[in-house]
Design a protein around this ligand. Sequence first.
Ligand code: SF4
Ligand code: SF4
Length: 348
Amino acid sequence: MSSTHKSMKALGNPLADTQVQLDVIEHKVELPLFHEKYQETGEKELRATGIDIFQINVGKLCNQTCKHCHVDAGPDRREIMTRETFELCLKALASSKIQTVDLTGGAPEMNPDFRWFVQEVKKLGRHVMVRSNLTILVANGFTDLPEFFAQNEVEVISSLPHYTPSLTDKQRGDHVFERSIEAMKRLNALGYGKPDSALKFNLVYNPVGAFLPPSQSSLEKDYKRELWNKHGVVFNSLYTITNMPISRFLDYLLISGNYESYMTKLVSLFNPAAAKNVMCRNTISISWDGFLYDCDFNQMLDLHLLPGNARHIRDFDSLALGTRKIATDQHCYGCTAGSGSSCGGATT
Ligand code: SF4
Ligand code: SF4
């Protein structure tokens, strides 16, 4: 994978244009169309079954520039959610029965309204999850975040591509592993990740290369053993996630000559049981500028909800959206191969 500290957008990479990405995934290799393949599940089309998770991508600003990032996030990105849009999210949430708010980015904590928003969601009595990259918790100006998370019972979910320092740093940047362990120690000291604690701390594994994740349960055992024996840190569950053939990982696949074999592998491993449990079925995804999407991946490809649905959070209607037909494309094979992949790990 190429090494850079800038986003593809800042580097002027043509793949920063979502239409260019869509042209590649739709036309570069001839593959069965996802929406036709989906019928192997026995269902005619992919539809939502309700909305349980309100996932907000609060912006593309991040302190890291990981090589597989599907958001193309980084320190040079300036797109972040404003207070006004956060308020529209609160209004939508209050009008619904959705119990879980999942905050992602970028590094969501870098949005200046992040803490205020978490507290407002807690006032509504809803559960908050934050996808934290860990290193932000030991960065200047953010070191009190673990206490803030604990006070508000925020569930923390963090990517750690491997339990060996070299593989994690290869994907996420120099010294990321060491700083992640430091952050994990702080979280553990507050009770995060301990088996009988209410403070949940989960890790996410994604492959460092063009292959699918191994078994989630056996990898979780390896992570637990290695992280405890070598670093004295604990966590609750490990989620394995398949790398999506979009954005920076798509760039890597094309540059390394792995694109065709990776996509062919995803299609050949299509699993109808995994396909029936994809996360878009019970999630709605909101972008930094308030637009609605079926998932964070569709958001990054600018694939809006299908016509006939509300497009923006100001028009949110959880009942109507809870039965919507999902907008799919060839990248959806990334969610349905093998054991399946979602923000909460394997789907089977
Ligand atoms: S920490 Fe997350 S959002 Fe930031 S660059 Fe890495 S993968 Fe992207
Ligand atoms: S990429 Fe998004 S829309 Fe496609 S199957 Fe996965 S979650 Fe659903």
